[in-house]
Design a protein around this ligand. Structure first.
Ligand code: JHZ
Length: 410
């Protein structure tokens, strides 16, 4: 399907090919106060396209970032021990590998509540966090992680550089997908990075998204979905090079970490991944064409499974008031008729309602209290962690349902 007025956020091509439409959905993190439940919620189109020229997968509609990350953002990184562990290991490796010390500077873009940078602070290494989400930035500052509550981009990077800052390491985890001005963002990294510095960028891999049928990770916060191919083309435009690639298959459904710098050396890991993605067809729009049909099957099967369980007298709850949970519930049409409540560890979300479908959010001990027969894992990316934490619910006969790629009772 051609889209005459849309342009690729990376290379500017107007030849984008739409391969999935998830209809119009509410903002995935715009949790609803019960008092506002009667008011209409804003909905925006969620259409996904691939750029045949530079391989970047992206959504077409742009919601104003302030609405996404300042007005409606209750995501705190510190509620997952798995993520905290991943962050600590990343920091340890950077300190050892780059020889960081009290004369270094580590900048993290989207530093959230300081979950990662505090590992450097503990060792006396200077850091600067950047995150526009007000509560998270305040929590980080209170925890001793100096944080600027702003959006990062070319203009901000130029300002920091004029103030005399150059970063030895820039970390950008789960943020490059969140910026509409992608080129401004990467230009900012190039500006702020010291001549011999490195930037590490992490995001879920679009190849894994397609392979694992993880369509629920598509929502308005995520403007783009990256492969090594699209990252390579993007950073080169700004005088940066993709040096190394690491894979974390268990993180957020399959995460890639790209190390980029001013050094043109393409390391073995980067070369191998670029070759593998080309061979898998990620540069070819045909690779994406049947995804819409697969998504339709998943949402239909999930709805049918829950409806059958419910009709048989079972009670159903869900785990994780995650952004991806909002996409899943809204696209599959799953509301309070099927799911009684969602539990989540993050107290900022308790007492609120899931966007669109208005399923109420409760603390995690509600599972053992109410003992629903089934729990739909909206945060399926943390299945192992949640199973360990909810062993009492499982020991007492509770069952989990994993929604993607094929709805399955485990
Ligand atoms: P989680 C987030 O998406 C936010 P979400 C963001 N948009 C992004 O880019 C991706 O990650 C990568 C809770 N939880 O992280 C915490 C428990 O209750 O999968 C969260 O509310 N107990 C920046 O929101 C939710 O589940 C637990 O034991 O889709 C999980 O959200 C754990 C581990 C989590 O992502």
């Amino acid at each position: 399907m051609p889209t005459p007025d849309a342009r690729c956020r990376s290379c500017g091509s107007d030849d984008l090919e739409v391969f999935l439409s998830l209809g119009s959905t509410p903002l995935a993190d715009a949790l609803v106060r019960p008092a506002a439940a009667g008011e209409p919620e804003a909905r925006y189109p969620l259409d996904v396209a691939v750029c045949p020229r530079c391989s970047l997968v992206q959504i077409l509609h742009e919601v104003e970032p302030r609405e996404l990350f300042v007005d409606n953002y209750l995501y705190f990184s510190s509620y997952s021990p798995q993520l905290l562990d991943h962050a600590r290991r990343h920091a340890d490796n950077l300190v050892a590998g780059r020889g960081l010390d009290a004369r270094s500077l580590v900048v993290e873009v989207a530093s959230n509540d300081g979950y990662l940078l505090r590992n450097f602070v503990e060792r006396g290494i200077p850091v600067l966090g950047i995150d526009p989400a007000p509560e998270q930035a305040a929590a980080a500052s209170a925890a001793g992680v100096p944080t600027l509550a702003e959006f990062f981009g070319g203009e901000m990077a130029a300002r920091l550089r004029s103030a005399g800052l150059r970063a030895d390491v820039i970390i950008a985890n789960n943020v490059m997908a969140h910026v509409p001005d992608l080129n401004g963002f990467v230009a900012g990294i190039a500006t702020l990075l010291a001549d011999d510095g490195i930037a590490t960028i992490e995001n879920p891999s679009v190849g894994e998204l397609i392979d694992r049928g993880a369509f629920d990770t598509i929502y308005h916060e995520h403007f783009c979905y990256f492969s090594c191919l699209s990252v390579d083309a993007l950073v080169r435009r700004h005088g940066l090079f993709l040096n190394e690639v690491e894979q974390f298959p268990d993180l957020h459904g399959g995460t890639l970490r790209w190390t980029v710098s001013h050094d043109p050396a393409v390391g073995e890991s980067a070369r191998a991944m670029l070759d593998a993605e080309r061979a898998a067809g990620l540069a070819d729009p045909a690779h994406y064409r049947d995804f819409g049909t697969r998504v339709e099957r998943t949402t239909r099967d999930l709805h049918a499974l829950l409806a059958k369980l419910k009709a048989g007298g079972s009670t159903i709850a869900a785990y994780g008031a995650a952004a991806k949970g909002s996409t899943l519930l809204n696209t599959a049409g799953i509301g309070t008729d099927l799911v009684d409540f969602v539990v989540d560890r993050n107290p900022h979300k308790h007492g609120l309602l899931m966007p669109g479908v208005h399923v109420p959010i409760r603390p995690t001990d509600a599972l053992v209290q109410d003992m629903p027969d089934y729990v739909l894992l909206l945060a399926w990316n943390f299945a192992a962690e949640i199973a360990a934490q909810q062993h009492e619910y499982l020991d007492r006969g509770g069952r989990f349902i994993v929604p993607v790629p094929t709805p399955t009772v485990i």
